[in-house]
Write a protein that binds this ligand. Structure first.
Ligand SMILES: Cc1cc2nc3c(=O)[nH]c(=O)nc-3n(C[C@H](O)[C@H](O)[C@H](O)COP(=O)(O)OP(=O)(O)OC[C@H]3O[C@@H](n4cnc5c(N)ncnc54)[C@H](O)[C@@H]3O)c2cc1C
Length: 508
């Protein structure tokens, strides 16, 4: 032992979000004798560790958990749900913290509200849990086992489609959208319930999946698995081009120690995984490049002709007041309509309504269309030697520009969302709104996967970094395609593949 840490493990995992947790789970199931240490820079904010903070019924306690996840910005003001970030406003969502600087280079679009979470569970202690499978060009064509990996990722994340079946008006929303969307589409591309990482307990309350669910009992009851909160990995150690361990700064004591490991999994999010690789001198040409965010067009509408049907309807989210929304519908991406639609029935209005006009829960409908980015190698997160962030790590600087094709897609999405919104009800506003770049919280590409070490990818199809054997990357940064759909299911699926690869070597 070195302080509270072991001196030697088989696998060191950096980051406790759902992709790091997926490695721990698959390794615990498939290589039960292997020693696994998970290092997380942030604190434990929920019980069990990694649980979604929305499962905390007490709102004050939940607020404390969110603030404790906000790293150096624990006292910063955050946007209130279901309100949207306004143009020009730089506020994070509760539980997240923004880049303090370096988010927009002069003359570029930047990612002004690029954010992260620093807590046991990562962003998945705060997420919405939407877990759609990618469609058409969003899919990774070079992985023959992709659908099997999605099945496994759904198992790990506890994905369901029926948790909101009792919600008021969900069927009405779906049928009105279907009337303007479904014609000519394959059955799997039609309007449907959004797959969500949530389940309803026998007492009717919702339980949102966080990393606790991904870890599962297989990891938490594994005597060879340990989770270390408030432990920042500052460097990956290599020996002759192979993983040899990690340097860890104990944020409780300030001490830094080296821990030997046969495999290192870097699951630190799409900004901080490249940061750690860069700080460790592991710098494949594509590191930090091909950065892409899913720009989001939003619009709100109010269900028409449902007031009488909704009388007496209670917020369906949870009897403990956990619900902000009570139904999520999916309008899948297609290559012809390259937007991913997430349609949420809200229990409150995002815009002020007249005082004598109470909202029937579920009758305000927030529509969001996520757009896939026109990928460019020049969109990137970069680092320089001297400047450090609040954790003493190299400061990330974002270089990011929209292309003409991006603007064309946004214009089409803005038109499309009006069609969808008007089909569902009476718009609350005349125009749609494009959220500030970065607000999707879905950043991809910075540690991207590829088939060849051709300078356009950082890792191979098992997520093993080119030229650094035994070092794996995990998270949305690994996704190589331009996607519009929520990415976590995909990045957990890719983590499953990488973990199986490590398990096979540990067994061999
Ligand atoms: C409000 C909100 C809503 C969202 N909704 C959805 C949704 O509906 N669907 C969807 O697919 N996605 C959604 N997301 C995004 C989703 O949460 C992320 O895609 C997912 O959590 C990524 O998992 P990860 O394991 O790669 O990284 P993260 O969850 O970001 O976890 C990374 C962890 O690594 C830690 N870390 C980083 N560097 C170091 C280091 N050097 N040493 C130690 N620890 C380190 C960080 O502190 C962090 O806890 C949402 C996110 C938020 C905040």
């Amino acid at each position: 032992m070195t302080g509270r840490f072991p001196g030697l493990v088989d696998v060191a995992i950096v980051g406790s979000g759902p992709t790091g947790a997926a490695y721990a789970r698959i390794l615990s199931e498939s290589a039960p004798g292997a020693t696994i240490a998970m290092f997380e820079a942030g604190p434990v904010v929920s019980d069990p560790p990694g649980a979604h903070v929305k499962n905390i019924a007490d709102l004050e306690q939940r607020g404390r958990a969110q603030r404790a996840s906000q790293g150096p910005s624990s006292s910063a003001e955050t946007v209130t749900s279901p309100g949207a970030v306004k143009a020009g406003q730089r506020s994070g969502r509760p539980g997240t913290h923004l880049l303090e600087r370096g988010y927009q280079a002069e003359g570029e679009d930047g990612l002004p509200v690029a954010a992260m979470s620093t807590n046991v569970g990562g962003m998945a202690s705060h997420w919405t849990g939407a877990c759609p499978r990618p469609r058409g060009s969003e899919r990774i064509t070079f992985l023959p086992d992709l659908d099997d990996l999605f099945d496994e990722a759904e198992r790990l994340l506890g994905v369901t489609t029926d948790a909101f079946d009792g919600s008021p008006f969900a069927e009405i929303v779906r049928s009105r959208l279907a009337a303007v969307v479904d014609e000519g589409r394959q059955p799997e591309d039609r309007v449907q319930r959004m797959p969500l990482a949530v389940h309803r307990r026998d007492d009717g309350n919702l339980v949102w999946s966080g990393s606790d669910v991904v870890l599962g009992r297989a990891s938490t009851e594994n005597p060879h698995f340990s989770l270390f909160p408030e432990a920042l990995v500052t460097r990956i150690l290599l020996d002759d081009g192979r993983a040899a361990g990690v340097s860890v700064r104990d944020l409780q004591t300030g001490d830094t120690v080296d821990i030997a490991a046969r495999f290192v999994v870097v699951a630190g999010d799409a900004i901080r995984s490249p940061q750690l690789l860069w700080a460790s001198g592991i710098r494949p040409e594509a590191l930090g490049r091909w950065l892409n965010d899913q720009a989001q067009i939003v619009f709100a509408t109010r269900l028409r002709d449902v007031a009488a049907a909704g009388q007496g309807v209670e917020a369906a989210g949870n009897s403990t007041g956990l619900g902000e929304y009570s139904g999520v519908t999916w309008v899948p991406f297609t290559d012809e309509q390259p937007f991913h639609g997430q349609v949420m029935q809200l229990d409150a209005s995002p815009v002020p309504l007249a005082e004598d006009d109470p909202v029937t829960p579920g009758s305000i409908v927030g529509l969001g269309l996520f757009c896939a980015k026109d990928l460019q190698a020049s969109d990137r997160v970069e680092f320089s030697g001297d400047d450090v962030d609040a954790y003493g790590m190299p400061v990330p600087s974002i270089r990011y520009t929209l292309t003409d094709r991006d603007r064309e897609v946004f214009a089409r999405a803005a038109e499309r969302i009006l069609v969808l919104g008007r089909a569902v009800g009476d718009p609350l506003d005349e125009r749609s709104f494009r959220m500030p770049l970065g607000s999707s919280l879905h950043y991809q590409g910075t540690t991207r996967m590829g088939v060849d070490d051709d300078g356009e990818s950082v890792c191979d199809t098992n997520s093993e970094v080119w030229g650094a054997a035994g070092v794996h990357v995990a998270g949305n940064g690994v996704i190589p395609t331009s996607t519009a759909c929520n990415p976590t299911l995909t990045s957990v699926a890719l983590a499953v593949r990488g973990a199986r690869h490590i398990a096979a070597q540990l067994a061999g």
